[in-house]
Design a protein around this ligand. Structure first.
Ligand code: M6R
Length: 600
């Protein structure tokens, strides 16, 4: 979603801002802009479209020491130059970028700004106009900023320039992520450390309802009541090469290929000195004490949660419910007596999941976050964290985070089982190793997957994924992957549900991708394949070695029956990737989507 950068120092401000915005492109956006301040005032450049379009209109000859930049993912008002950030106040004095949603902006407009001619449809413009209004009433900028912040309901990460304040960026945060980066004779602001890794790896986290006055050699953090806050900085443990594509044409392909390595890294990270899988004792205790687990997540992470339910119930024998965060928050089920909440989130910043976390913490419950982002909001605000160790995932379509989530959930389930005195009848470390090897084999099967994509998906308008048991869950993920990057309407169904309605959609040639990795349901899923084939569908069966039939399109290497999602998802990821390529879609940055969904 929207991304913010800011720079104040002596280097080439415009280039630093543009490069920073390029690093934030992965979050998803539809327009972008920068504003820089120099002795002549504030210069704004903004454009609908990509950063490359913005580069085309920026006047590189403008020299400036201070600037802010923004990528916008439209919420209020269509993607357009007018609605793109930065927004400027009517007097031209203040210029602002914003990430988040201001819920009471209509009310603020009615109460304070009826006389101001607004030039955009955004909620953001209200903020900058209010600051202007209060400053015209005689307040210093800091005071006007603080007063405005006190009136805002909703989420915000803000960076503000004042044409009359010498080399200063005013910053504030509530619910939306924002960091201040520290340098030698310069400082930066960024939604994500990745954006400014080019200039610094030292960052200070901001907490909700804090504001910061940033100059090139000072960073003053304050609460909204003006109380000064001191906080240590930390080193962002990111390797600049982790966020480069290298020789790959797309991040998505690189991240698919990284999956076997990530699985091995996770096993290592959770092994103790004697090679046994281990987790923080406090997490094992909280799991053991819970009478029911509630997994809460969105999108791909929700799909991983469904697999996690199978693991925990099978291995650790604790009942689990899995919920979509955006539903759970408004429609909470009756909770058990001793619930434990598990949040799964690659980014650790997803607003829907965070809203649930805030609510259950208010209710006094404990929460565990499983995330790829140490220090993220969901990690900080939960009682416990388990990390994915997947390295930065840049492509909007989540791939390596999904398999990492599944590996971590398997480890959580296995270790909890042991803590509860339940002996597993298999060696989880060994089986995860076998799965990692099988994942490698699948990553090498790109030609076959490209062939399947061109045979089944090159021209189709829809596609169904069917499976039973855990294969149904992987089918849901396959369908999400295909639709989000190729725009083919794709849905996942439980094989047995077809005859209750969905089969009406089957026409001549409709591709139906069926997964058959579970012996217990092998005959029944094959029955479902026959049902759709009899109605004209073009079935593509992907099965597991040992369960295959002659007509199957692809056979997966054999892995433990609980770990099949780690391997069966890879063909779906690759098929989706090649289908998107065939259709000339922007694989890494699909339309309308954002990587980090920081608004509810
Ligand atoms: O960062 P999170 O795991 O919380 O994100 C949740 C979803 O937004 C995310 O998985 C989304 O569905 C992906 N684009 C799917 O590829």
């Amino acid at each position: 979603m929207c991304g913010i950068v800011g720079y104040i120092g002596h280097q080439d401000t415009i280039e630093i801002l543009l490069k920073g915005l390029e690093k934030l492109e992965y979050r998803g956006y539809d327009s972008a802009g920068i504003a820089v301040r120099n002795q002549d005032g504030i210069h704004i450049f903004k454009e609908k479209g990509r950063i490359a379009d913005l580069r085309g209109i920026v006047d590189q000859s403008v020299e400036a020491k201070t600037g802010i930049g923004h990528t916008r993912w439209a919420t209020h008002g269509v993607p357009s130059k007018e609605n793109a950030h930065p927004h400027q106040s009517a007097s031209g004095r203040f210029t602002l970028v914003h990430n988040g949603v201001i819920e009471n902006y209509e009310q603020l407009k009615r109460e304070y700004l009826l006389d101001v001619a607004l030039v955009s449809d955004t909620d953001t413009e209200i903020i900058v106009q209010l600051i202007d209004l209060f400053s015209k009433e005689g307040m210093e900028t800091e005071e006007a900023f603080r007063k405005t912040l006190g009136m805002l309901k909703g989420s915000y990460a803000l960076a503000l320039l004042d044409s009359e304040a010498a080399e200063t960026i005013f910053v504030a945060k509530n619910k939306s992520p924002l960091l201040v980066g520290l340098g030698d004779d310069f400082n930066v602001v960024a939604s994500d450390a990745m954006a400014m890794l080019q200039v610094t790896d030292e960052y200070v986290e901001l907490m909700d309802k804090e504001m910061v006055i940033v100059t090139k050699d000072s960073v003053a953090i304050k609460k909204l009541d003006g109380t000064a806050v001191t906080r240590d900085s930390y080193k962002a443990e990111l390797d600049a090469s982790d966020i480069e594509k290298g020789t790959y044409p797309h991040y998505m392909l690189k991240e698919i290929d990284e999956q076997p390595l990530v699985t091995r890294k996770i096993v290592q990270a959770y092994q103790n000195e004697s090679g046994e899988l281990a987790i923080d004792d406090k997490i094992a205790k909280a799991m053991d004490e819970a009478d029911r687990l509630y997994i809460v997540a969105c999108g791909t992470s929700y799909h991983a949660g469904l697999v996690g339910k199978q693991y925990i119930e099978n291995m650790a024998k604790i009942p689990v419910e899995v919920h979509v965060a955006s539903e759970f928050v408004y429609n909470m089920p009756l909770l058990s007596e001793k619930p434990l909440f598990i949040f799964i989130s690659q980014s650790g910043e997803t607003a829907d999941s965070r809203a649930v976390l805030v609510k259950v913490k208010e209710m006094g419950y404990k929460a565990l976050t499983i995330t790829n982002a140490p220090g993220s909001t969901l990690s900080r605000e939960a009682d416990y964290t388990m990390l994915l160790h997947a390295g930065p995932e840049i492509a909007v379509a989540s791939t390596k985070a999904y398999t990492a989530q599944i590996s971590v959930l398997a480890i959580l389930a296995g270790v909890t089982a042991k803590a509860r005195g339940i002996e597993l009848d298999f060696d989880l470390v060994k089986e995860l190793g076998i799965a990692a090897n099988a994942m490698e084999v699948l990553c090498d099967a790109k030609e076959e997957m490209e062939q399947i994509a061109s045979e089944y998906l090159a021209t189709t308008r829809n596609c169904f994924f069917i499976g039973r048991s855990v294969d149904f869950y992987v089918g849901l993920e396959g369908a999400l992957k295909l639709k989000e990057i190729s725009y083919i309407q794709a849905e996942g169904f439980a094989g047995g549900e077809l005859k209750h309605g969905t089969i009406a959609l089957i026409e001549d040639g409709t591709p139906v991708i069926a997964l058959a990795t579970q012996e217990s349901v092998n005959l029944s899923i094959r029955g479902n394949v026959k049902e759709v084939a009899a109605r004209g569908a073009n079935p593509c069966v992907i099965s597991m070695k040992g369960l295959e039939s002659e007509s199957d399109r692809f056979v997966l290497p054999e892995v433990h029956k609980l770990l099949t999602p780690l391997v069966s998802v890879i063909p779906f990821q690759l098929i989706s990737y090649y289908a998107a390529l065939h259709r000339e879609c922007d694989v890494d940055k699909p339309r309308n989507l954002a990587k980090s969904v920081t608004v509810e």
